[in-house]
Design a protein around this ligand. Structure first.
Ligand SMILES: Cc1ncc(COP(=O)(O)O)c(C=O)c1O
Length: 377
């Protein structure tokens, strides 16, 4: 398994004192105080033992209510499995659905961990392109063209990493229809569901699933600035939820109890923290888009998540070389686009999750680098 190109840049940047980190999807916010307090209280009360593999019942019940109210997914608590982060839900779901040699359809570009999971589980990967003409959203005909004999799972991700694209409800409906036609499973990664810049929540593939072929993955990491807590969850048809629960026993057994109590407080407590973070990311998005546009640097304007996909081809450098020189000469770390797939070779990804001071300074330096390196027309 190849490492993630994002982590490679992070490791290199960590050796450069004072480097500005715009390569990671790590929120600049602290976890809200009422969530931290709920977890600390749970630990103080002695809530420190194993929990059921699929998560504590109160949390699964609250999650069933949340996905129904906010995501339009009609699910009972036995369809919810609480996992150590969204990534473990993705890993466990693919393990539950696939046999070695099966094919997984993954967009290009896409978050590197999908192909890493596929490599560890001996699954073959087929990539389908995301086209700027479609707003970097998946298109059923392009997926259909790339399907093979053993295609088993279509991985979707909206709001998308690295592009920030939000797939519309009508496109999701088409993709669910495609999955039904070909007997595919959809694994819909919606860990950025509440980080959208228009409205409050992104449309969900699971809202169109009348055939029980969609597994949706969510997380507390980004919505509540809880990356280190490791709490995510899958919403799946009951038989898949049962398999995922069984698979969790020999891998992680369960998510730690205090973290689950923190997650419960996140769901049941005030939601203004989410609205505030969403507004802050929107403000950063607007400012960065304005800076890039003024500097004549092509980019995809994100509709959600917290990344900007920047085309650096006019520098005359590929994304990997651009990222290396930006770090060495200007002290700014960005993720090279090729980490997300071959379609990303001329791109870098800038994370809006960094604190605004670092973000604007880093983007300013990126623009200076572009001007310095720009090829003469
Ligand atoms: C697209 C996507 N999916 C899933 C995850 C997993 O997040 P976590 O495991 O922290 O829930 C991330 C994290 O960066 C992500 O960007």
């Amino acid at each position: 398994m190849r490492r993630s190109g994002i982590r490679e840049v992070f490791d290199l940047a960590s050796t450069i004192p004072g480097a500005i980190h715009l390569e990671m999807g790590e929120p600049s916010f602290e976890t809200p105080a009422h969530i931290r307090r709920a977890a600390a209280d749970a630990a103080d009360r002695g809530f420190t033992k194993y929990t059921p593999n699929a998560g504590i019942p109160e949390l699964r019940e609250a999650l069933a209510r949340k996905v129904s109210a906010r995501n339009g997914i009609d699910a009972s608590p036995d369809q919810i499995v609480v996992t150590p982060g969204g990534v473990a839900a993705l890993y466990g779901t693919l393990l539950a659905l696939c046999d070695p040699g099966d094919e997984v359809l993954i967009s290009d570009p896409a978050w590197p961990n999908y192909r890493m999971i596929a490599a560890l589980q001996h699954l073959d990967v087929r990539r389908f392109p995301l086209d700027p003409a479609d707003g970097m959203c998946p298109r059923a005909d392009l997926i259909e063209e790339r399907m093979g004999e053993r295609s088993k799972v279509l991985v979707l991700n909206s709001p998308g990493n690295p592009t920030g694209a939000v797939t519309s409800a009508s496109t999701l409906r088409e993709l669910v229809d495609l999955a039904v036609t070909y007997g595919l499973w959809i694994v819909s990664d919606e860990v950025y569901d509440e980080l959208v810049f228009d409205g409050e929540v992104a449309p969900s593939a699971g809202a169109h699933d009348s055939h029980g072929c969609v597994v949706t993955v969510f997380s507390f990491s980004k919505t509540y600035a809880m990356t280190g807590w490791r709490v995510g969850y899958a919403v799946a048809p009951p038989e898949i939820a049962a398999l995922l629960t069984k698979a969790q026993e020999p891998i992680t057994a369960c998510v730690n109890g205090p973290a689950q109590m923190g997650a419960l407080a996140a769901l049941e407590g005030p939601q203004d923290c989410v609205a505030e973070m969403r507004a802050a990311y929107r403000e950063r998005r607007d400012r960065v888009v304005e800076l890039l546009t003024a500097g004549g640097v092509p980019h995809v304007e994100p509709q959600g998540a917290f990344y900007v996909w920047v085309d650096v081809s006019s520098s005359g450098l590929g994304g990997v070389e651009f990222a290396r020189r930006l770090l060495e000469d200007f002290g700014v770390a960005v993720a090279p686009g090729s980490a997300f797939g071959s379609c990303g070779e001329a791109f870098v990804r800038v994370s809006l999750a960094a604190a605004p001071g670092d973000l604007y300074e880093g983007v300013g330096r990126l623009l200076r680098a572009m001007t310095e390196w720009r090829c003469p027309p």
